[in-house]
Design a binder for this molecule. Structure first.
Ligand code: SD4
Length: 293
């Protein structure tokens, strides 16, 4: 496979991000900036109800976001968790990756950093999301419904024209989560990992299950032994899901994307999983993957 600029992102919403970022990559931008452009486009769009502005709130009716950024050249990581009022959590995560320490900030610390470093603050709760919260409160009072539906993380992996790689994640987490709940998305190794000399991987699904193993790291490690993106994911993800079953657990949603430094990409998922890919000067393609574990 010939190396060519590539981006892959989770869920159909990723197509919006790829459309915004691919022109940058085609103009030889850094993979890290392409990741941030792509995720910002998703965070800014109030129609996507699981990321950024318009994300569904926690049990207290407040939007709390998790996001992370990793530079595959030097392994620098930045992340925010349980963050409030930050318009673009991914941009703050990218800035935190430049800090010599204090790379993962939670709650008020994240907001304070964003505010003192010139990032836009805004109330992330839209009237539509507030309405959904009110409806959900009513339903929950009368039923045994699983409150934790309506969650999707946007993850982006990019490979640029100079063979640099980066990964980002951003989510409002689980609808109706407890205040302070943090998922896998800001956690390196579990939610994401990237090494520009090998490749990267990132996760979406039920954070409480995904964080039980560092499968993004494991996928990168396996790609480093020469496996394709698809085969590395298969060997990392499905045995772990089987192991949970063996231990009497009921594994919930696990979906991963992976991208190798040569442009080879793949996914693994135990639920129907749309994802978006763009390579070279080709179009943004959305694929609908069936569960294949
Ligand atoms: C979380 N993994 O907070 C995220 C949510 C997600 O598809 O990706 N759902 O647990």
């Amino acid at each position: 496979i010939v190396m060519s600029i590539t981006m892959i992102g989770t869920w159909e919403m990723a197509a919006t991000g790829l459309a915004a970022a691919m022109p940058q990559l085609q103009n030889d931008a850094w993979a890290g900036d392409a990741v941030v452009t792509a995720i910002k486009a998703v965070e800014d769009n109030p129609n996507f109800q699981s990321v950024g502005f318009g994300g569904l709130p926690n049990a207290a009716g407040i939007v709390e976001t998790d996001a992370a950024f990793m530079n595959g050249d030097n392994f620098r990581i930045g992340a925010v968790a349980g963050a409030r009022d930050i318009a673009n959590p991914i941009a703050v995560a990218q800035a935190l990756a430049q800090e010599p320490a204090n790379n993962l900030l939670v709650g008020t610390g994240a907001t304070e950093y964003a505010s003192t470093h010139g990032f836009v603050l805004k109330n992330m709760l839209t009237p539509k999301a507030a309405q959904k919260w009110t409806e959900k409160q009513k339903q929950l009072a009368n039923s045994e419904l699983n409150p934790y539906d309506g969650h999707d993380t946007v993850c982006m992996l990019a490979l640029d024209s100079q063979q640099r790689m980066a990964v980002g994640t951003s989510t409002s987490g689980l609808f109706m989560k407890r205040t302070g709940r943090v998922g896998d998305s800001p956690l390196p190794g579990a939610g994401y990992y990237v090494d520009s000399q090998i490749g990267g991987a990132a996760a979406t699904g039920m954070g409480e299950d995904i964080m039980k193993a560092s499968l993004s790291y494991e996928t990168v490690r396996l790609m480093g032994t020469g496996l394709s993106a698809t085969e590395a994911l298969r060997q990392a993800v499905y045995p772990f899901i089987a192991k949970l079953q063996d231990r009497g657990e009921k594994p919930r949603e696990f979906s991963y994307v992976a991208l190798r430094a040569d442009g080879d990409f793949g996914i693994a998922t135990n639920v129907p999983f749309p994802f978006a890919v763009a390579q070279a000067d080709g179009p943004v393609q959305v694929y609908n993957a069936a569960p294949n574990g």
